[in-house]
Design a protein around this ligand. Structure first.
Ligand code: LUZ
Ligand code: MOS
Length: 763
């Protein structure tokens, strides 16, 4: 079974936002952004811009008819700046012109008078000044303070992980149309159509029923369009609502890079304690999350960092505290893994530190401490159907762990300027929105009288293949071919109150709703068949005289069944609701059962570092992954490949740079590097573990979107291993990304040690 979309994508037939045919009278919007990261907005001079050719209107906060507020978790984010600006790139005014070129030309004529205020870009500085988005959170189990005395070894340190640009190929944008009776219809490139609908209604002072949002597909999201597609949808809608003309707003790449939030950088302190047999006894960690200037999804991301603070390990005594720190950067947001990778990087750093100090291999500590059945996470949920050890042991056997390690050691003995490094990276990722009420979905299924089927759900297709999976679920449940099934656009008038397509849970939630709806239809058709006719359907024989008498041409038994049901006035539409059972979590005690299940796996990474240049290659990632019972191994493998490469990018080359004024220096693809095919591992083996899946996973096929990104973390530690093979004295901080520059400098702590090249003798 293939992914249904790629053939259309490569032929250029797939319709994205910018491919929607333009309606006559469309105005083009451009956003005037704050040129300062923090200040008092004294005056906005719009006169020159208003006089520029083609300019129709310029809208500011004063033009907003409803509430100037788009904050989700915390109401702290105006749609357009009012009184103050809090980050560079913050939307201040919306300029509407007859052409896109005119809009962008006129934008340069707007003058903002801003009284500068102090700028904070460092999360620890923000925390020291009490600049917190929400009160700190602590997850605790056992008694770590008392446990230190019982530890044979205790190590502590600092770990830093950088942000990450989503770099969806399709930039943010929306196209809004005024509708009858004062409403708006928005075509939006969003993972969260309901979020766009709800916030736009709030901004315009309308009911949600007056705002329709439609999404055909996205050219990538990765979390960047979970919350942050909303401002562009709401701004385009504001323009359309006020002018009563269609308004199109699409960010160009550099504006998107400047104005939108990214993965949260974290700065963390850790302390880890082990007993004589290398069992983890205690772990204390404090996370400082760089949230940017507004809450956005930061509190939820912070929480998931705490959920995944112990990765795939059992630790009996844990105290994990997290601060969400307000800085004058664009609000950081969801990004594949949603804070989980940041948490995992720190405990992997702690284990690496312990291993280096004790002179043992990190994988000895890792293997000894993997979760076992019914071990409790610090939030008290037990690890059920736990495959952490199975994943590791299968990988170890299949990929010859001992042999790989020996190979690396052997290579390093015989090579001076090339060094290999090795790291294992087990993962454990919880599947569900951590906010329990979000774990619900609906599906609307029509069987048309010719036997074809149309399905609407809340799932947004962003390249991950969810539409293919939903079509498969429907075809299987109804017992028909895929060719009869169409998955419709995601539209708030067909399926309401949707959760965003996020948290790896979209196929589970919307797939389960689709399964329920199709099962109800199947039940109804079977009942109809057994009472009215004998059919060749599910082993029954058809008597189709009455169908033929109804004058409906029917080629197959399915078509006969459907048309006969229609003529007998059987309902051929079903709407189903699914809510993940058994979930609960108390955010006051930080205890409960927040996840439907966990996904496990282990990756072995080998790298080679050129110790003259600091450059490196990722030789191989060999993975044993728990897919459950995959019903689309091609899509699932694709998610692993993409996730792994994205994780490698985060850990190695993607380096965001803001200066002290809060200006993004890595503001184009010249200065911000993302992995290409050369950065991908030369060998990428993916072994499908033989596990039963989970009944709360769709058709027992486990969620696959986010977990593989975290395999990329192994690349950081493999590089560290190679650097230490060359330079045991290196004072290498736990600081990602491990760029070639950082590798080079850590190879030569004292630059004069760089080897001189002798033409005759070599090195
Ligand atoms: N989004 C969200 C997410 O709102 N809640 C979550 O728990 C989550 N987890 C992963 C990715 N997006
Ligand atoms: Mo997400 S990080 O939008 O699942």
């Amino acid at each position: 079974m293939n992914h249904l979309d790629p053939q259309r994508h490569v032929r250029g037939e797939s319709q994205y936002l910018d491919d929607v045919p333009t309606q006559r009278g469309t105005l083009y919007a451009a956003v005037f952004e704050s040129p300062l990261a923090h200040g008092k907005l004294r005056h906005l001079d719009l006169s020159a811009a208003l006089a520029a050719p083609g300019v129709v209107r310029i809208l500011t906060a004063d033009d907003i008819p409803g509430h100037n507020q788009i904050g989700g978790i915390v109401p702290d984010e105006p749609l357009l700046a009012q009184g103050h600006v809090h980050f560079r790139g913050q939307p201040v005014a919306l300029l509407l012109a007859r052409t896109e070129q005119q809009a962008h030309a006129a934008l340069k004529l707007i003058r903002a008078e801003i009284e500068p205020l102090p700028i904070i870009t460092d999360p620890r500085v923000a925390a020291a000044q009490g600049e917190l988005i929400v009160p700190p959170r602590t997850f605790q189990i056992g008694d770590s303070a008392a446990a230190w005395a019982t530890c044979a070894h205790v190590f502590e340190g600092v770990a830093e992980s950088g942000g990450q640009e989503h770099l969806y190929i399709e930039t943010q944008g929306a196209y809004a149309f005024p509708t009858e009776m004062g409403g708006v219809r928005i075509i939006s490139s969003t993972q969260g159509p309901t979020a766009v609908q709800r916030h736009t209604a709030h901004v315009l002072g309308l009911g949600m029923h007056q705002v329709e949002v439609d999404v055909t597909r996205l050219g990538g999201g990765f979390g960047g369009k979970e919350d942050q597609a909303t401002p562009w949808g709401a701004l385009a809608a504001l323009g359309a609502f006020i002018t009563r003309q269609p308004v199109k707003l699409v960010l160009d790449r550099m504006a998107d890079l400047r104005m939108t939030g990214k993965r949260h950088p974290y700065s963390s302190d850790f302390r880890i304690g082990l007993d004589e047999s290398l069992r983890l006894v205690a772990y204390e960690v404090t996370f400082y999350q760089n949230a940017g200037a507004a809450a956005d999804l930061s509190p939820a991301v912070l929480e998931r960092t705490l959920f995944h603070a112990t990765n795939a390990y059992f630790v009996p005594n844990v105290t994990a505290t997290a601060y969400s720190c307000r800085t004058n950067l664009p609000p950081n947001t969801a990004f594949r893994g949603f804070g989980g990778p940041q948490g995992m990087f720190v405990i992997e750093s702690a284990i690496a530190k312990a291993a280096e100090e004790l002179g043992v291999a990190a994988c000895e500590i890792q293997r000894r401490n993997l979760l076992r059945e019914n071990d409790r996470f610090p939030y008290r949920q037990p690890a059920e159907l736990c495959h952490a050890e199975q994943a590791w042991d299968t990988a170890a056997q299949r990929y010859d762990l001992a042999g790989r390690r020996a190979e690396v050691a052997q290579f390093n003995q015989t090579n001076k300027l090339l060094k290999k490094g090795f790291a294992a990276m087990p993962i454990c990722f919880g599947i569900s929105f951590t906010k329990t009420p979000m774990n619900q979905a609906r599906a609307l299924v029509h069987i048309y009288s010719d036997g074809s089927v149309g399905i609407s759900t809340g799932a947004v297709e962003m390249g991950q293949g969810v539409n293919t999976k939903i079509a498969q679920v429907a075809a299987r449940t109804l017992g028909i071919s895929l060719g009869r099934v169409k998955v419709e656009s995601t539209n708030t008038t067909r399926v309401a109150n949707t959760s965003p397509s996020a948290a790896s849970a979209t196929a589970d939630l919307n797939g389960k709703a689709t399964e329920l709806a199709c099962a109800a239809l199947r039940e109804r058709l079977l009942r109809h068949a057994s009472t009215e006719y004998t059919l060749h359907y599910e082993g029954l024989e058809i008597r189709d005289e009455q169908v033929l008498a109804a004058g409906v041409p029917a080629a197959t038994d399915w078509e006969k069944l459907v048309s006969s049901a229609f003529w007998k006035r059987v309902a051929l539409t079903e709407n189903a609701h699914y809510a993940t059972p058994d979930l609960h979590f108390d955010p006051n005690t930080n205890q409960g059962y927040p996840f439907a299940y966990h996904v496990y796996g282990t990756a072995f990474t080998t790298v080679t570092v050129d110790c003259l240049r600091g450059t490196y290659t990722v030789d191989a990632l060999r993975i044993a992954h728990d897919f459950g019972q995959s019903f689309n191994p091609i899509i699932d493998r694709g998610q692993i490949e993409g996730g792994v490469v994205q994780g490698i990018g985060w850990m190695t080359m993607e380096e965001l740079a803001y200066n002290d004024e809060g200006r993004l220096l890595s503001n184009s693809l010249n200065s911000y590097k993302i992995p290409d095919i050369y950065a991908a591992p030369a060998v990428l083996d993916v072994h499908f573990l033989d596990t039963p899946g989970h009944p709360r996973a769709i058709l027992r096929s486990k969620a696959v979107g986010e977990p593989p990104l975290m395999y990329g973390i192994g690349t950081y530690f493999a590089l560290r291993d190679a650097v230490r093979a060359f330079q045991p004295r290196t004072a290498l901080p736990f600081s990602a990304p491990m760029t070639p520059e950082k590798v080079l400098m850590s190879l030569y702590p004292d630059f004069s040690e760089a080897p001189a090249y002798n033409l005759k003798q070599g090195f």
